[in-house]
Ligand binder design. Structure first.
Ligand SMILES: [Zn+2]
Length: 230
């Protein structure tokens, strides 16, 4: 057992060393768009982790793109937002963005994760911009919007509480899937407040960024060797 564990740690160390080199390349590319960054590891994925218990949402399925004719965009970043509202869902935000903001593609984000008010707690809703691989409208940096996947958690994490456990769980799973699929290093998984643009507090001071990144790294580590659990 000990030998097995040692081997596991060895693998993790090799993995981290390798991915830090790869991540360094990503940071160089990230400089024009984000105002802060750190050297991190890349996440990896397996299908078995993708099935959520609460909604039985298989992430790979809900992320499927509508038609084979739709060209996938070269996604480089994942930007996390909060809705800055107590309630909400994709439909409500879509209406607001179409009617009040006048954005023809509607919902600014690619994904919305509910908090149990107007959609399920932890439920992932997929927007039109994801299904049709359209750029986001979720930051004030147009270059960023072209290459950044926008994920919005319903809630106000600046003046209210934190994401619910189910929201957080869904966010980790979704982010992990997307970062693996599009080869997005952890250093390019950022908060809206880190985007180079006019200042914003989004997703709020209560968003647990350190916990979020730790969870992503833990997922990656667990997948390097399932024997680690034994
Ligand atoms: Zn935001």
């Amino acid at each position: 057992m000990n030998t097995m564990r040692n081997r596991t740690y060895e693998k993790i160390i090799q993995y981290v060393s390798l991915t830090m080199i790869v991540a360094a390349g990503g940071i160089i590319g990230a400089l024009p768009l984000i105002s802060s960054s750190s050297a991190e590891v890349r996440t990896v994925i397996s299908e078995s982790d993708m099935l959520r218990a609460a909604f039985a949402q298989k992430i790979s399925q809900i992320c499927e793109i509508d038609t084979i004719d739709t060209k996938e965009r070269p996604w480089q970043y994942i930007v996390i937002h909060h809705s800055a509202s107590e309630k909400g869902n994709a439909t409500r935000f879509d209406t607001y963005h179409r009617e009040k903001k006048g954005w023809k593609y509607g919902l600014a984000y690619h994904f919305v994760i509910g908090n149990g008010t107007l959609s399920g707690d932890g439920e992932i809703e997929v927007g039109n911009r994801w299904k049709n691989q359209i750029h986001g409208a979720h930051t004030a940096n147009m270059d960023c919007n072209q290459v950044a996947i926008g994920i919005c958690l319903v809630g106000d994490f600046e003046n209210g509480g934190k994401p619910s456990e189910d929201q957080f769980d869904s966010l980790v799973r979704l982010t992990r899937y997307l970062s693996s699929k599009y080869d997005i290093p952890l250093s390019n998984i950022i908060l809206h407040s880190q985007v180079h643009q006019k200042g914003t507090a989004c997703p709020g001071k209560n968003f647990p960024m350190a916990e979020f990144k730790t969870s992503l790294i833990q997922f990656a580590s667990n997948e390097i060797s399932p024997s680690r659990k034994s």
